[in-house]
Design a protein around this ligand. Sequence first.
Ligand code: FAD
Ligand code: FES
Length: 340
Amino acid sequence: MQTVPAFDLKLLPSGSALTCRSDQTLLDACIQIGLPVPYNCRSGECGACMAKLNSGQVQELPGADPAIFNDRHRARGNILTCLCFPKSDIVLDLALIETESASIRPTTVDTIVRRVDKLTPTIYRITVETPRPVEFHAGQCFEWVVPGVAPNRTFSTANRPGTDSIDFHVRIYPGGKIGTFVSRMSSGGTLQLLGPFGHFGLSSNSWRPAVCVAGGTGLAPIMSVLDKAFHVKDTRPIHLLYGARSRDELYCSRILRDWVRSVPSFTYTPVLSEEPADSGWSGRRGLVTDVMMEHLGDVFGLEAYVCGPPAMIDAAVSGLERAGVLEGDVRTDRFVQAKS
Ligand SMILES: Cc1cc2nc3c(=O)[nH]c(=O)nc-3n(C[C@H](O)[C@H](O)[C@H](O)COP(=O)(O)OP(=O)(O)OC[C@H]3O[C@@H](n4cnc5c(N)ncnc54)[C@H](O)[C@@H]3O)c2cc1C
Ligand code: FES
């Protein structure tokens, strides 16, 4: 059997040393051994995994978002570790981050589909049962390993860890391969997961207030962190602003209203951007990021958690910065499209 060549990879200033196969991205090699390196999208769309190539040669996959990574970055010797494979031994300037989420190494998990619930015209909740409680941090995501669908699609967990089931909220896009797969899913079927991945999750600063901003299925990881937080009686003030187009695209409303009743420190504002004027909706209208700005007020000590489509995240992050929220106090989960 032919063996895949492997190279030495060293990270500075930590001095962490590992081996990276030539068919593995530098980022995946780090994640696989549980090194706490920065990343988010794993597909060249966010820039979180950028590092300086101190020495060595890499093969870069095309597909980086030019607004995030371009020839100016390359000229400075920077690379995106999620898009680069080693062609020699490598030394990177890449500082490790403080996070607990890297502690769980991704593995494959065979699950049984228990429920397929249509929550809105375009969003399904898929509940899978796992052979034992699968380790993940609330808000992390898993790849779905679906035969004939490459690359794997990524979906966030939508319930707390520690049970023997995982919920996912999946938006169906016209022509999307996962849509076809979901339409054929039924109780008793199988789904293989690979994970967990990602650093999204509530900080351990339980004395600090938090604002959560979600759009579309960006609600999923927020539901996961809230489910965990309320389960462990976390009493930090949390305000959730949830943006959907119309009333029939709002979901999880009953659970959220129950939490508002049972958890005094939790408040929730749904915001609709395209609800017909005469529909009788008496809640907030407009863009969730505009309503967020009105809501912010005194941002001293505030932490922000923003999940969903990249355009919404960019608008929220720039609004939060303008309002004085520190960059390090904003955590994001960008739901970018899988790239072939
Ligand atoms: C970290 C992370 C977590 C994610 N979590 C979730 C989640 O919990 N729930 C969820 O629904 N999605 C989530 N996503 C997004 C999801 O992985 C992608 O949307 C995926 O491409 C969907 O695959 P598909 O087979 O349905 O569509 P594809 O076959 O990939 O695409 C089909 C068509 O659908 C459209 N499309 C697909 N994805 C998007 C998108 N994200 N935005 C706009 N248009 C799109 C495009 O027009 C495309 O041509 C996450 C992504 C990341 C990176
Ligand atoms: S660009 Fe590499 S993780 Fe997002």
